[in-house]
Ligand binder design. Structure first.
Ligand code: SF4
Length: 347
């Protein structure tokens, strides 16, 4: 009987330091790590065979144990507004979704960081499906590498499935690869990571990256926030805001707060006043988001007029506040609608 072929390890998703140790273990020269990085990230090589500035002997040595390790998407669906939702298979037989959002001069990609999510936010379809595992840095970046619009992406948001700071090591690794000159060379100011407010992850992120931060707030009242996002019980609102206020984020770095507006729940003048009081002294902006109803969830969206009034109240208090345009609702690609299940569409 033939000996089964050994499973090859992935190069894609490794940092330069990790590639140096791959090169060292294979007795390749140190500089070859940089060459491999440039091939897999900059030149987007699909195979080791394409790495023609490595000698033939080194290519053979490398390909005996390693492959580039990128995974094609299995399907995509398109929204009437041009938003495109890609489905990628995971090793566990589930799916993750990445969303491409074209606007005038801006092409945003929304990345997932976990398969499902364990945070259990009341209003979120992903949270209702539970948690099935963390993505590796390679699996996070594979979403960027493999979509059809890969080379045109201008902005990246970590706002897909999962809580990024429940998977901090792999998220930080993916940011290092995204922003390094030897990696994708993507500007840190064009990347935003969104969290429900896990303070330890925020600290690491602010210390180790220059990317923008978005925090899901959804209510300035602690008890209401806990009802909506039970996990925030462990991360008191006051402590988090104080931590952000004490952190020198630099002029270029942006802190924004995401605020989904639920009719009759968090959309009153009282909430606007409390929000302005809570954020007083913090240089930040607020994005008001329409709630997209999720089956089995009794929450209602706030109406348009109420959202506009809410925005104007906050603006008058000196806080830059915008109402985010909903995108891809018809293909369940809008905020809080992503799923680990397969979807119908183009394969
Ligand atoms: S909103 Fe984000 S953190 Fe909350 S359950 Fe959904 S994916 Fe997880």
């Amino acid at each position: 009987m033939d000996k089964p072929e050994a499973v090859k390890k992935s190069l894609f998703g490794k940092t330069l330091t990790e590639l140096k140790s791959v090169a060292g273990n294979l007795e390749m020269p140190g500089y070859s790590a940089l060459q491999i990085a440039e091939w897999i990230y900059g030149k987007r090589a699909a195979s080791v065979g394409e790495m023609t500035n490595l000698s033939k002997a080194f290519r053979e040595k490398l390909s005996q144990q390693y492959e580039t390790g990128v995974t094609p998407f299995s399907k995509f669906v398109c929204s009437a507004d041009g938003t495109k939702k890609y489905l990628f298979p995971t090793k566990s037989g589930k799916y993750i979704e990445a969303v491409f959002i074209p606007e005038k001069n801006r092409y945003t990609l929304c990345l997932s960081t976990q398969v499902g999510c364990k945070m259990g936010c009341l209003f979120c379809a992903t949270g209702r499906q539970g948690f099935q595992g963390n993505l590796t840095a390679g699996e996070i970046l594979n979403q960027l590498r493999m979509i059809e619009e890969s080379s045109n992406i201008t902005n990246i948001v970590y706002m897909g499935m999962g809580e990024p700071f429940d998977n901090t090591p792999e998220v930080m690794k993916s940011l290092e690869i995204l922003t390094s000159p030897w990696g994708f060379g993507f500007g840190a100011r064009r990347i935003t990571v969104s969290t429900i407010g896990i303070t330890s992850g925020i600290q690491t992120f602010l210390d180790q990256s220059n990317c923008h931060l978005a925090v899901s707030l959804h209510s300035p009242v602690e008890e209401e926030r806990r009802e909506l996002m039970p996990v925030t019980k462990a991360y008191p609102l006051g402590t988090m805001i104080e931590m952000l206020k004490s952190f020198e984020t630099g002029r270029q770095r942006r802190i924004s707060f995401e605020y989904i507006m639920f009719g009759g729940l968090n959309d009153t003048p009282f909430h606007a006043r409390e929000l302005a009081r809570l954020l007083n002294g913090l240089r930040c902006r607020i994005n008001l988001i329409r709630f997209h109803p999720v089956p089995g969830v009794e929450l209602l969206p706030a109406d348009e007029r109420t959202m506009v009034n809410f925005r104007d109240r906050l603006s008058r208090k000196g806080i830059t506040t915008t109402i985010r345009q909903s995108r891809g609702e018809d293909i369940l690609a809008a905020c809080g609608m992503l799923s680990t299940k397969e979807l119908p569409g183009k394969g």
